[in-house]
Design a protein around this ligand. Structure first.
Ligand SMILES: NC(=O)c1ccc[n+]([C@@H]2O[C@H](COP(=O)([O-])OP(=O)(O)OC[C@H]3O[C@@H](n4cnc5c(N)ncnc54)[C@H](OP(=O)(O)O)[C@@H]3O)[C@@H](O)[C@H]2O)c1
Length: 328
């Protein structure tokens, strides 16, 4: 069993450097894969109501604890996210209660605000998590993300979450949270991989002792949700392949090592047990400074996750857009 190395957070807690991402693991196998990942040594599971399988991920965690009563809750690091339809204080606090109930725990290790923009909060049930108007656009809320962050701070003061985070915020938005927060963010989750190295954002985090958690660390190959036909695929990159050959590792392991050697962390998704096992086995080799520089040089500022459709004119949409998109 390979246990992930950990990294200290500004709150004093330790976070595993590699975690299992759960987005796009089918509901039917999520509990099993989470349980198996924990059996293999993963100690960080990244969840979200917006991934539509949080309940199943929670089940996997509970199954693991049932099978291993000797493992203390404090050994696991569970991250979760406030969804866009829960940005008001009341909805945010309710969603935190729901998370604690699902996981049968008294605290989350970190809760992120999933996106800076909020959506209408008036539709019940799971379809209400994606509230669309007749024109096909999302219906927005005007809740400011600082209201959501204050609710997270309140939950932290009540011991319901240990560390706070933001996800998919641009640097200006992150700077505002940093400036106005009482409990500063400990972790920022953002898209980062060798084709999108996020250098200025990384510096921003480093200067403030905020840990970077890379999501989509290998660029989400194989998914067409945000990727377009012909988009570059890291798995076939010649530089990464040549470095992988030198170390007798896979391209994915090299990318994860590149993230760790920079002092960052990553959550990587796989629903394949062999790959889940492979992806945490990255602690027994190191890249040379020259290899690190070669990988840094692959940057193309290539962003995959860009949910413009239905969001492009939200005042809190984090990234620039070129032209309004068509709906319906
Ligand atoms: N905050 C946010 O908005 C946000 C957005 C995106 C992602 N995330 C988090 O970050 C996690 C990771 O991002 P992601 O899932 O989008 O993309 P990713 O981890 O970069 O890539 C996942 C894809 O890579 C494949 N893969 C995994 N390990 C592999 C290996 N060793 N060899 C070959 N292929 C491999 C997986 O296929 P198989 O499953 O078939 O192995 C899957 O198709 C998510 O699951 C989620 O927890 C957060």
């Amino acid at each position: 069993m390979v246990l992930s190395e950990t990294i200290p957070l500004r709150t004093g807690y330790e976070m595993p450097k590699i975690g299992l991402g759960t987005w796009q693991i089918p509901r039917s196998i999520t509990a099993l894969r989470v349980m198996e990942a924990l059996e293999l040594g993963y100690r960080h599971i990244d969840c979200a109501p917006g991934f539509r399988n949080m309940r199943e991920a929670a089940q996997g965690v509970k199954d693991f604890f049932d099978a291993h009563p000797d493992v203390d809750r404090s050994k696991l690091f569970i991250t979760n996210k406030i969804w866009n339809t829960c940005h008001s204080t009341q909805k945010c606090l309710e969603q935190i209660e729901m998370m604690l109930e699902e996981f049968e725990t008294t605290y989350m290790d970190c809760i992120f605000i999933h996106w800076p923009f909020g959506w209408a909060e008036d539709e019940p049930g799971e379809t209400g998590m994606w509230p669309r108007g007749d024109d096909g656009k999302m219906r927005y809320s005007d809740v400011d993300f600082m209201e959501t962050y204050r609710a997270l701070e309140q939950a932290r003061e009540q011991g319901k979450v240990r560390s706070l985070g933001i996800s998919n915020f641009n640097m200006q938005q992150a700077e505002r949270v940093w400036r106005e927060a009482t409990h500063k963010p400990s972790i920022i989750q953002l898209e980062m991989n060798p084709y999108f190295t996020q250098l200025p954002y990384r510096d921003f985090c480093r200067q403030r002792d905020i840990v970077v958690m890379a999501h989509m660390p290998i660029g989400n190959p194989g998914s067409s949700v945000f990727r377009k036909h012909g988009d570059p695929n890291l798995l076939f990159d010649a530089t990464l392949q040549s470095i992988a050959r030198i170390h007798g590792k896979s391209v994915v392991q090299v990318v994860l090592r590149w993230i760790i050697d920079h002092g960052f962390t990553a959550v990587i998704k796989s629903q394949d047990i062999k790959r889940i096992k492979q992806n945490i086995n990255v602690f027994k080799f190191k890249l040379t400074p020259e290899e690190m520089a070669r990988i840094d040089g692959l940057n193309e500022n290539f962003r995959i996750l860009n949910p413009l459709i239905g969001n492009f004119d939200h005042p809190l949409f984090p990234w620039p857009y070129k032209a309004p998109l068509k709906f319906k």
